[in-house]
Design a protein around this ligand. Structure first.
Ligand code: NAD
Length: 352
């Protein structure tokens, strides 16, 4: 639906959601941004939107039915984009319950609110409404050396994180089949780029390498991930929202499979060229292998030809251009990272 003017975005203070919100507001959309502000929510990222009337921030939970009903009735969005989730695999191993609570129970609450709101719409507004659920390729499990995940790959989640995302994808599918809610689902590969919380591989390595600290790499470092620049994930979501077929799922990826160790070495090289260590050591010497994550998936690779052929989406960045841009962003935005690392980002509140 090309006529989208107002969006309810959930999880829009997190890494991908905030990148999406910044882009959507820049493109002239009205955004209601609902985020619980867990440790992963960071209002620093949205500070440029503080005085911007097109952006309304609301702190709250996607599972809060009263709040969802109130927001939908008040703002009457043309679509909902659900980014809100617990997203870190290691945290899901330490404490899976929170993942089920937000990713499964929370998504169910949001779906029920969306269904009731959609039923209350009439005519063109009802036809145009969409619920887009943002998910991950990790629902498909792990690959051997060959092949890629397609939209037909059976679900085989291996971590509590991916299991909870798989459950939410199934609920979205069921709401389309059972109630006719016009849903869309995207399953994307690993993202990287500006504003990513420094517990994830790429920003973690950038921060530690900058500081000249040991660079922890799981296992033998040969696990393969398929990397996508966050701005390209956001453009894919926008494209699916405009033109995706109701009830369909679309895989999103950048054809950029890299071993973790290669990613770390690329970052080391970029930083050595831009900000050499004072003692002249090459940063690769900081690499330290650490005990592997339990149940660590070996390889992910995603086939996004459906999205490319049907909807004409293309990524704008290669891995090389995207990672260089990302390293430059972290160098230029050290105060953002410092406020995450020292915890002061949690003090920021919009509009008060
Ligand atoms: P993130 O952890 O950076 O952000 C999640 C946001 O959701 C945070 O701002 C958090 O405060 C908010 N949130 C958590 N629980 C909530 C709740 N109950 N109600 C409202 N808000 C809540 O995550 P991200 O990396 O930006 O990922 C966003 C989405 O994209 C997730 O659904 C994730 O599964 C999916 N995804 C991520 C990647 C990736 O590489 N990061 C890849 C594919 C898909």
């Amino acid at each position: 639906s090309a006529g989208i003017k107002t969006l309810l975005v959930t999880g829009g203070a997190g890494f991908i959601g905030a990148n999406f919100v910044l882009q959507a507001v820049a493109d002239g959309l009205q955004v209601i941004n609902l985020d619980k502000l867990t440790y992963a929510g960071n209002l620093d990222t949205l500070s440029s939107l503080k005085e911007v009337p097109a952006h309304t921030f609301v702190q709250g939970d996607i599972g809060d039915r009263e709040l969802i009903a109130k927001l939908l009735a008040e703002h009457r969005p043309d679509a909902i984009v659900n980014f809100a989730a617990e997203s870190h695999v290691d945290r899901s191993i330490d404490g899976p319950a929170e993942f089920v609570q937000t990713n499964v129970v929370g998504t169910l609450g949001l779906l029920e609110g969306a269904r009731d709101y959609w039923r209350s719409l009439e005519g063109a507004a009802r036809d145009a409404f969409r619920f887009l659920h943002v998910s991950t390729d990790e629902v498909y499990g792990s690959l051997g050396a060959e092949g890629k995940f397609t939209e037909q790959t059976p679900y085989a989640p291996n971590s509590p994180y991916s299991a909870s995302k798989a459950a939410s994808d199934h609920l979205v599918r069921a709401f389309q089949h059972t109630y006719g809610l016009p849903t869309l689902t995207t399953n994307c590969s690993n993202n990287y780029g500006p504003y990513q919380f420094p517990e994830k591989l790429i920003p973690l390595v950038i921060q530690k390498a900058l500081a000249g600290e040991p660079l922890p790499v799981y296992g033998d470092g040969r696990n393969i991930r398929d990397w996508l620049f966050v701005g390209d994930h956001c453009s894919a979501i926008r494209r699916v929202l405009e033109a995706g077929r109701i009830g369909e799922t679309y895989n999103v990826g950048g054809n950029a499979e890299r071993e973790n160790i290669a990613v770390v070495k690329t970052i080391c090289g970029l930083l050595d060229a831009r900000r050499p260590l004072a003692d002249g050591r090459a940063r690769e010497s900081l690499i330290t292998y650490v005990k592997d994550r339990p149940g660590h998936d070996r390889r992910y690779a995603i086939d996004s030809s459906k999205l490319q052929n049907e909807l004409g989406w293309r990524p704008s960045q290669t891995f090389e251009s995207g990672i260089a841009q990302t390293v430059d962003w972290y160098l230029a935005n050290q105060p953002w990272s410092q406020r995450v690392l020292d915890g002061s980002y949690r003090m920021e509140r919009l509009g008060s």
